[in-house]
Design a protein around this ligand. Structure first.
Ligand code: DGJ
Length: 550
């Protein structure tokens, strides 16, 4: 039996077989073709995450850190359903996968994948390996019990830090081995491509020490900076100056970024050689506007100042990504800009996502984001229940209603049209914006037309004043020269011909909704509903609009 759900085909489980190395493989049934391996592709300066061969927009939600266990999953799936998320980000713990040296246990991973298929959700698996938030807490117990062999870094005062040394080749080799085994297993177990992307480590780097000060690290710090690092950072003199001479006050943080990225890059490359899924590394950020001195933020990870070092030292990492926990719009928006680069697709794998920043999902879309994923959206640890959640949902862990509701509102609108949105964005036909306080209108340029987005616009076309809270957001895609797809919340959209002597008229304004990826006509809007523009409120609607001039 085949089911069509949100434009995706789901068939019952394929045949499971035991492979020679003891791991489990999957043979697809005769009628099911092996799907293409997901990829990050770039065309005309724009990126797409290709899933099943076409652009995919990840409407993600990340589970809490300790939710990746079979008996916790019943608290995860109802949240995904409520949110209309199409991808679950969930950790895979090295300590669980390799409980004894070289004895790999994929039972938990397989349960997560199997249940994700049943719930029609894709997966972004987070490899909690050598680093998790700067520490080695997810290394297997047998490694943590042997700190002499799997050593930590040494801080400036000669003390052992709660952070693994990036120069510990013993740990690195084991992480490479485990990550490779895990990726090889995914390849065998998941020809359906339920897993579409993998995060390598989690917020790699170090809190509380800017670098490793061990004698071995010190020797490298005093050695010449590798030429490719110098070049990547726009410096000359590669191969002849040391880190201090090359980078002055930024020397130590750059050195640590190079050391951590080199380690993570090797782990990533080893895993990718086994199974070439898209890989990314996430950063605990520094404030992009007032960054503070090195030491005031986690050092070593792909913070905005060292992205070129990460690109050079870890080429198997497709994307470096910001974990955005800033609620102030200025640094939030600046961060989105900084990670939307010619050499990097924008992907937000973690964010606070509450009501005050949920609209920035649209800003990210406007920067061609391939995905967005607020953190901590399962029902495992916090006490309230979000509005609209069926009573059967376990109440014991619902996160604050605010964060659930805002994300659900975004995804409810976009999920049914996700493939169109991802394709239009990849083709450069889509623009999206979010309201900024004090800016009651924004203008987007589409060739012969400008689209103007108004916030807090009243009746009879009175000047917009902005919403009481800046909740407005809109996306507009050009389907043909004079035809647009419009969707959003809490705003009015109108079109103006670029030619000043002309005025616009709506030839036809269709209101509809998407079902299984296809626009379904509901009615033609006219009269009061279009006299002053196209009004979008709290309900998800999609509009297809043809405009002309007179
Ligand atoms: C960022 C980390 O990457 C997540 O795993 C989690 O620890 C959140 N911070 C906040 O709890």
């Amino acid at each position: 039996m085949t089911k069509l759900i949100c434009g995706r085909l789901f068939r019952p489980a394929a045949l499971v077989t035991l492979l020679a190395d003891g791991s489990v493989g999957v043979t697809l049934r005769a009628q099911e073709k092996e799907r293409p391996i997901p990829q990050v592709v770039k065309k005309d300066g724009r990126y797409a995450l290709m899933v099943d061969g076409t652009p995919f927009l990840m409407l993600g939600a990340q589970a809490h850190n300790s939710s990746g266990w079979p008996r916790m999953l019943p608290k995860v799936w109802p949240a995904m359903e409520y949110l209309h998320a199409n991808t679950l980000e969930i950790p895979v713990y090295w300590e669980q996968v390799e409980p004894h040296p070289q004895q790999f246990d994929y039972s938990v991973v397989d349960t997560i994948i199997t249940q994700a298929r049943e719930h029609h959700v894709r997966l972004d698996l987070l490899w909690f390996g050598t680093w998790k938030n700067g520490s080695q807490h997810y290394m297997p117990e047998w490694m943590k019990a042997d700190p002499a062999r799997y050593f930590h870094l040494i801080d400036k005062n000669g003390r052992t830090a709660d952070s693994p040394s990036p120069f510990c080749t013993a740990s690195q080799e084991l992480d490479m081995r485990a990550f490779t085994a895990f990726m090889r297993h995914l390849k065998a177990f998941d020809p359906q491509r339920t897993v579409i992307i993998v995060q390598v480590e989690n917020e790699a780097g170090t809190w509380g020490s800017v670098r490793d000060y061990s004698p071995a690290a010190q020797k490298l710090f005093e050695a010449p900076v590798p030429t490719d690092v110098m070049k990547a950072m726009g410096q000359t003199g590669g191969g002849s100056v040391n880190w201090q001479e090359a980078f002055g006050p930024e020397a130590e943080v750059n050195f640590h970024a190079w050391a951590v990225a080199t380690y993570v890059g090797k782990v990533a490359a080893a895993g990718k050689a086994a199974y070439s899924l898209p890989l990314y590394a996430n950063a605990a950020l520094r404030d992009p506007i007032k960054p503070g001195a090195p030491g005031s933020y986690e050092a070593g990870g792909p913070t905005d100042n060292v992205i070129p070092i990460w690109k050079i030292a870890a080429p198997a990492i497709d994307i470096v990504s910001p974990d955005i926990y800033m609620n102030d719009p200025a640094p939030y928006l600046k961060t989105l800009e900084l990670y939307h680069r010619d050499d990097n697709a924008l992907f937000v794998p973690e964010t606070s996502g509450g009501a005050s920043v949920a609209r920035f999902f649209f800003t990210a879309l406007g920067l061609q984001a391939i995905g967005f994923s607020p953190f901590g959206l399962d029902y495992s640890t916090t006490p309230s229940v979000p509005a609209g959640v069926p009573a059967t949902v376990p109440v014991a862990g619902a996160p604050p209603q605010d964060q659930f509701a805002s994300t659900a509102q975004n995804y409810r609108l976009i999920a049914p049209m996700m493939r169109d949105i991802a394709r239009l964005n990849f083709e450069g036909k889509l623009q999206a914006v979010a309201e900024e306080k004090g800016t009651p209108s924004q203008t987007l340029h589409f060739g012969a037309w400008d689209a103007v987005v108004f916030y807090g616009a009243g009746r009879n076309n009175r000047a917009p004043v902005g919403n009481a809270e800046p909740t407005g957001r809109a996306l507009i895609a050009q389907l043909a020269d004079n035809k647009f797809l419009v969707a959003g919340y809490f705003c009015r959209v109108d079109f103006r011909p670029a030619a000043a002597d002309k005025r616009r008229q709506f030839l036809r304004a269709e209101e509809g909704n998407y079902e299984n990826g296809v626009f379904q006509f509901i009615r033609i809007l006219n009269g009061d509903e279009t006299d002053n523009g196209l009004n979008m409120r709290a309900e998800p609607v999609a509009l297809r609009v043809s405009v002309g001039v007179y």
